[in-house]
Write a protein that binds this ligand. Structure first.
Ligand SMILES: Nc1ncnc2c1ncn2[C@@H]1O[C@H](COP(=O)(O)OP(=O)(O)OP(=O)(O)O)[C@@H](O)[C@H]1O
Length: 364
């Protein structure tokens, strides 16, 4: 593949993107490129800058520094003041609060972007029905949004976002107002819709399971920066930092100290392994749920006490703290229900633990 053909495959990109509110930096230098037909999830805790990045791509905000390109066209560049407004960016947008117009019917809402583009009535009606069919709501074309459930209203918002066949669709926490069961169903439906329409999408969420289900690439953000950009499989297998591992709830994170020829949990007397079993210079580790086998308390196992436990389909997921190092909390999957206060012995498969060095860079 030539560099030009690689470039032409990029649907949306940001380079050196910064946004400051007065003296406060909210985005501190974002570089990201997304291929045609791919979905990027922006994942991170509240306030890390996800929505701000989405608004910069949408044209609802102008960057303080850096640029945004869509389909090879620079749509914003702080260096020379280039700025295309949202309606010139050929985008669809879906927000958390649906943003449907209550005085219009479902059909009126969905066809609105076509009306704005000056498309004639017959074509408008055909395309509106087609978009509503895609989301399973063609029977509701004449209803008011207020007659629909939350999940149905969000489907109408999705139909409105896809009706004009935009080159890029932006989702800002679109499922967060729905209850958990509906949200879980709709994540799968959305992933299927995005794939079948071949959409390029950016999807903001603070829910790691939504991001890992929907996206081809996930940008884990923290404090206005992308901490790691990777596919879901790579993120789970190789989180770059303890913070990423913690945010994705991949298991327990613990600080280790190397002394007296052993690796100890912090400054406790509880040792995990001999010093030569871990890399020199490492500081903290991730102990994935899958690395721990719970059982009776025995001398060759770490002793722990159950803090809380929750059923999650494939077993009981318990949070336990180590006896003698109770600041260390680990997650254990048990076939049997564990009650708070129960003692449990943990066998840890050391081949599955992941090491992080002091500098925050993972050990290879
Ligand atoms: N108009 C504004 N003026 C000043 N600060 C702002 C403004 N809008 C957002 N911020 C700040 O920018 C930071 C990033 O906000 P942003 O909405 O992008 O975060 P987020 O990751 O989407 O969070 P959430 O998940 O809570 O929506 C926050 O600290 C927020 O307080």
């Amino acid at each position: 593949m030539t560099i030009d053909s690689l470039k032409s495959n990029v649907a949306v990109s940001a380079a050196g993107l910064e946004l400051h509110y007065g003296a406060t930096p909210v985005l501190k230098g974002i570089d990201v490129a997304l291929g045609q037909g791919k979905t990027l999830a922006l994942l991170g805790p509240s306030g890390c800058g996800k929505t701000t990045l989405l608004r910069l791509v949408a044209g609802l905000l102008a960057p303080s520094k850096g640029s945004v390109s869509i389909a090879g066209q620079v749509v914003a560049d702080a260096a020379n003041g280039t700025f295309a407004p949202p309606e010139k960016r050929n985008l669809g947008m879906v927000f958390q609060d649906y943003a449907l117009w209550p005085h219009m019917t479902v059909g009126g809402n969905v066809s609105f972007p076509l009306e704005m583009r000056g498309i004639g009535r017959t074509e408008r009606e055909q395309r509106t029905m087609h978009a509503l069919e895609r989301v399973g709501l063609s029977a509701y074309v004449g209803r008011r949004p207020s007659d629909l459930s939350g999940g149905q209203q969000q489907r109408v918002a999705i139909a409105r976002a896809i009706v004009a066949e935009p080159q890029l669709i932006l989702f800002d926490e679109p499922l967060s107002n729905l209850d958990r069961e509906l949200r879980e169903n709709m994540v799968g439906e959305l992933a299927e819709l995005i794939a079948s329409l071949g959409l390029t999408a950016i999807y903001v969420t603070h829910d790691h399971s939504e991001a890992l289900t929907l996206a081809d690439q996930v940008a884990v953000m923290r404090g206005g920066l992308i901490e790691q950009l990777a596919s879901p499989d790579e993120l789970v297998a190789k989180p770059a930092t303890p913070e990423v591992a913690d945010f994705l709830r991949l298991g327990g994170i613990a600080e280790l100290q190397n002394r007296d020829a052993c690796w100890f949990f912090g400054n406790s007397d509880v040792a995990l392994m001999r010093a030569d079993q871990g890399p020199a210079g490492a500081r903290s580790i991730l102990i994935p749920v899958a690395a721990i086998t719970p059982g009776e308390i025995q001398p060759d196992r770490l002793a722990a006490s159950v803090l809380r436990s929750q059923f999650r389909g494939d077993g009981h997921l318990a949070t336990v703290s180590l006896i003698g190092a109770d600041q260390v909390e680990l997650q254990v999957l048990s076939r049997y229900k564990l009650k708070p206060g129960d003692g449990v012995g943990l066998s840890i498969d050391l081949d599955q633990v992941r090491w992080f060095e002091n500098s925050n860079h993972p050990h290879p």
